[in-house]
Structures are given as C-alpha cells and as structure tokens.
Ligand binder design. Structure first.
Ligand code: BES
Ligand code: MN
Ligand code: ZN
Length: 479
C-alpha cells in the first residue's frame, strides 16, 4: 500500500471516504473536488435520511457500481491516537478495494490517519503459497485529500515510524528457524545503510567480553549466540549517549532443560520482541534523522535443551563478577539481560537505561494484554515513559520493586539465584535486573510478555506480533 497526499480530485477511486461529525454540514462546494455531481446527490439524499450518520462509530455505506461512498460518523477525534485508530479502521474496511481516497481537514489529521492505515493494514503473509490473490489484502493506493497542500516532508516522521513498526513486526512474526541469532544479527547489520553504527559480537567475541550468562543460556543450542550493538548519533554536538536501550532477543525459548509444556510453545518464537523493538526504534530514529544520541544492545540467543545445555543448579559468574545460581533454565531472559545491562554501562557509560523484554508470565497474568509492566528506580523516568505510552496507545502500568522482593532472589550458595518465590514473579525478575544497574544510573524495565502478541486483532494492531514498544519509545526519545 502506498500513501498519497493530494489537493485535487483522485481519478478512478474504488472508495471515497468522508468523515462526518456533529458539526458537519453538507457542503457541495467544498466537496466539488472530491465528489462528482452524481455522488454529491446520492450523499445528500442519504445524509438527510440517516439520522445516525454523525454518531461516533457509525458507518454509512453507499456501495456503488463504480465508486462506493463511506461516511464515518466521528466524535471529532481529539488527539493523534484517535485519528490513527480511525485511519486503521477505515483501512481494514476497504482492504479488498484497490484505490481509496479520504477527505481530511488538515496536515495533522492526514498524517495520523495515514499512519494508522499503514499500521492497521500490516499483514505477515510471506509464507502462504496457495492463497488466492483475492484472499489477500488488495489495497494499493491510499489517498488523503486535503485543501491544504501536504508535502512528503510533513509525513517523513510518520512514514519512519510506520516503516519501523512494520519491520519490527516482521522480525517478531518470523519463525525461529528463519530467524536464528546469526540471521537476526546479519539483518541488523544491514541497517548501516541508514547511518546507524552496528557492531556484532560472535560467540568468540562474547567469550572475550565475558558474556557468561548469555553464553550459558545459548550453550544448549546448535545456533550460536550473537550480541548486536547499534548506535545512532543524531546530535553531533554531544559525544555521549543520552539513553541506552537493552532488548531481550531469545529467538526461541523452549525453556531449556526446565522444558516448557508443549501447548503454545510456538509463541516462544516471539521471545525476541524486546530486541526487535530496540532495533526498530533505532531504525525509526535514523529514518527521521532525529537529533538524539541513543545506543542499543541486544542479546540474541536460542534457549534449547540438549546434552550441552546448562543444568538447573549450575552456577555461572556474570560479566559483572556477581555469581548466579541458575535454578530454572526457563528464567533465561534475565540472564541474557544481566550481561547486556552491565556491558552497555561499562562500554558507553550511559546514565539512563531502558530495557524491554518478554520477561515473565507473572506480569502477563497480572496485566493481560492491556498494559505492559514498568519497573523503575526513578520516578521521573517512569512517569515520562508512562506518558509516552498513553500518547502512543502503548499503555504501561507501574509495578513495584523493593528490598523485600530483592531478598527473594538471594541464593544459598551464590550471590543470587535466577528464581524468586512462587509469587510476584514480575517484581523478583525486575530485582534481578536491578542488580546489574550501577549506582546513580536511572533505569526502567518494560515487561512486555502479555502485549507482544495480539490474539483477536485491534485497529492499530492486527492479529499476530504487535512489536509493542516501538511507538512508545519513539515518542519518549524524541520528546
Ligand atoms: N519468555 C518467558 C516469559 C513469557 C511467558 C513470555 C509467556 C511471553 C508469554 C520467560 O523466559 C519465562 O519462561 N519466564 C518464566 C520464569 C519462571 C521460570 C521464573 C515464567 O514467567 O514462567
Ligand atoms: Mn523462559
Ligand atoms: Zn523467555
């Protein structure tokens, strides 16, 4: 699908969409460039008889032989997110049509509407070989018609975000046999064409740097691990990175020797969503040439059971020097992140870090698919992220960390264990991560286990991978 901004009438449209609110009045003159005489007449008739036309959510459908008209009842959307949702709903409705035009009032509306359409019409259909053409989305041209001229440049940041989210979702939807750590890292490396700096550490380099926890998780798999370091320096005046991002990239989480039950295990191909989000956010910043300096570290590993796999009870010395008793090999995310968090602080001296991970089933059970959990040692950072979440429609709910939860991960034979008690699994996992945060560093941890996948499909997040966090972090980092 391609987005077009026009000021003049679009020829040969399959569908024309009008937005109709309480204050809307019939204005043939204003629509002269959008509707022909016949369409104007049909519309006038229909609007005069349909009393609900201006009701929010109401759709007046006038399906014609050549061109169809859709009138969307709107309650004058008040913010960007509502326009995005509307754009996504319209795109869903007309996905079997090829050429669609929507009449909008201004640049803000147009851009958010188009972004919504791009996010809402995302599909992952590369593996279908037998589907008929007509069963797949047909939408090719999405025109936004506005009296005022809208330039490509006006849409640049929106286009970047749409691109990044679609890229992130592609990564997450990809099956684990097609996205091993090695392949994932190679894909990230490709992003250097945008001016991003990408360094990939292979197994040997990881050993040298001391990624012992991450290596322990990876040691049961024939697919070797990778660490990717991606940085964007859009603010040339500053040498430092204002923020560090860390992402969990478990390309498949079988649980290892502490094997997961079979039902739903396939979902664990998406246990790399945190890494996909970090990479995609950096891609978005580069596409926008955003004037900020951000560095990301992602730990790419596969967690498998085998004769070489880590055992429950093994003790490993992390990069930080702290020892970890690995009591459950399925609590692998915190191991990978522990080393990545330490590395980003040592190597880049970042004083603010956000990590993002599909970390615990406990957080998923607490918050479902409505909110991701946020844990933080800094109220300001936490509030700013929650606000960015509200603005972008990726909602966060703060959950607690404190000394009592922290105590729960003390081990009998090492500095810590990778398991808490039976309850408060999200908080004890966060406390584990906090043990790898150095004094005075502001840190927030986003647990996206419940929101990385959409089961039913919503306007902006169709069924499948949501890549939750890209819009939120983009909003936060640019603010
Ligand atoms: N990747 C899982 C968490 C997860 C669960 C993500 C469901 C998405 C959906 C993580 O590695 C895991 O297995 N966590 C365990 C930890 C436990 C063994 C302490 C969990 O939450 O059950
Ligand atoms: Mn696990
Ligand atoms: Zn996992």
């Amino acid at each position: 699908m391609k987005i077009f901004f026009d000021t003049k009438s679009v020829k040969d449209c399959d569908v024309k969409v009008l937005l109709w609110g309480k204050g809307s009045r019939f204005n043939a003159e204003k629509w002269a460039s959008f509707l022909n005489k016949e369409e104007t007449e049909v519309l006038k008739q229909a609007l005069s008889t349909d009393k609900d036309a201006a009701k929010k959510g109401h759709v007046l459908e006038l399906w014609g032989k050549k061109t169809s008209l859709l009138v969307y009842g709107i309650d004058a959307p008040k913010d960007a997110l509502q326009w995005q949702n509307l754009g996504a709903s319209v795109a869903a409705k007309v996905q079997k049509k090829q050429k669609v035009a929507v009449l909008v009032e201004d640049v803000e509306q147009a851009c958010n509407f188009a972004l919504g359409a791009e996010l809402g019409s995302y599909r992952f259909d590369k593996y279908f070989t037998k589907k008929k053409e007509e069963d797949l989305p047909q939408l090719e041209e999405f025109h936004l018609l506005c009296e005022k001229k809208i330039k490509e440049a006006d849409y640049k940041d929106f286009a970047a975000l749409a691109n990044a989210v679609r890229y992130g979702r592609d990564l997450c939807n990809e099956p684990a046999n097609a996205l091993t750590p090695e392949i994932f890292a190679a894909d990230i490396k490709r992003l250097t064409y945008l001016g991003l700096k990408v360094d990939v550490l292979d197994k040997k380099a990881m050993q040298k740097a001391g990624f012992n926890l991450a290596l322990a998780v990876a040691q049961g798999s024939v697919n070797e691990p990778r660490i990717a370091v991606i940085s964007w320096q859009g603010n040339k005046k500053d040498k430092e990175f204002s923020c560090g991002l860390v992402g969990k990239g478990v390309t498949f989480d079988s649980g290892g020797i502490s094997l997961k039950p079979g039902a739903g295990m396939g979902d664990m191909k998406q246990d790399m969503t945190g890494a996909a989000v970090v990479v995609s956010v950096l891609k978005a910043l580069a596409l926008q040439k955003a004037p900020v300096n951000v560095v990301g570290v992602v730990g790419l590993v596969e967690n498998m059971p085998s004769g070489s796999a880590i055992r429950p009870g093994d003790v490993v010395t992390s990069m930080s020097g702290q020892t970890v008793e690995i009591l459950n090999t399925d609590a692998e995310g915190r191991l990978v992140l522990g080393d990545c968090l330490w590395y980003i602080q040592e190597k880049f001296g970042v004083k603010k870090i956000i990590d993002i991970a599909t970390l615990t089933g406990a957080t998923m059970r607490a918050l479902g698919s409505e909110y991701a959990g946020i844990f933080s040692n800094d109220d300001g950072l936490c509030q700013a992220l929650i606000k960015a979440g509200t603005l972008s429609g990726e909602n966060l709910w703060r959950l607690p960390i404190n000394e009592a939860y922290d105590k729960m991960i003390n081990s009998d034979i090492a500095d810590m264990k990778n398991l808490g008690g039976a309850n408060a699994g999200g908080s004890t996992a966060a406390c584990f991560l906090q043990r790898y945060i150095q004094p005075k560093v502001k840190w927030a941890h986003l647990d996206i286990a419940g929101v990385d996948k959409e089961e039913k499909g919503r306007p902006l997040t169709p069924k499948g991978a949501t890549a939750f966090g890209i819009r939120l972090l983009n909003e936060y980092l640019k603010a």
